[in-house]
Ligand binder design. Structure first.
Ligand code: AMP
Length: 118
């Protein structure tokens, strides 16, 4: 069940501020408040989806295309194409997802190091 009081829902309703990168009908991108790389951005859909499974199950095709176009627009603004970047999606308990509104982390601007698996 989607919680309309999660922090990203509040950002979408402009109840709390964010450092915006880009926005469109189906997406909003902004800088992570606690960056884990030189550049750490988040891209979120504007609709109420908990995670990517929820998104691909319930979102319209227009919303899904619009989200990924927003992701592409955000990457272009951040100029990460040449050196590359890492995408992270944390999902559920084992993924240690903190904010229960779907989001893609974009990490770059420096070598993000090896993937760490336990
Ligand atoms: P996750 O663990 O994938 O759910 O990550 C949630 C991310 O949201 C974390 O990296 C937080 O630093 C970030 N975050 C939490 N609150 C805010 C906020 N108000 N503005 C920007 N980023 C936030």
């Amino acid at each position: 069940m989607y919680d309309t009081n999660n922090i990203f829902a509040k950002i979408l309703r402009e109840e709390i501020p964010c450092q915006k990168i880009a926005e469109g009908k189906h997406f909003l991108s902004f800088y992570d408040i606690s960056p884990k790389a030189k550049i750490h951005a988040l891209v979120i859909p504007t609709g109420p989806y908990i995670n990517v499974h929820d998104f691909v199950t319930r979102a319209s095709v227009d919303a899904q295309i619009g989200f990924w176009q927003g992701f592409r627009e955000t990457l272009a603004i951040l100029q990460l194409d040449e050196q590359g970047y890492r995408l992270v999606m944390n999902i559920g308990v084992h993924g240690r997802q903190e904010v229960l509104h779907m989001h893609v982390h974009i990490l770059g601007g420096n070598d993000t190091g090896p993937m760490v698996l336990k």
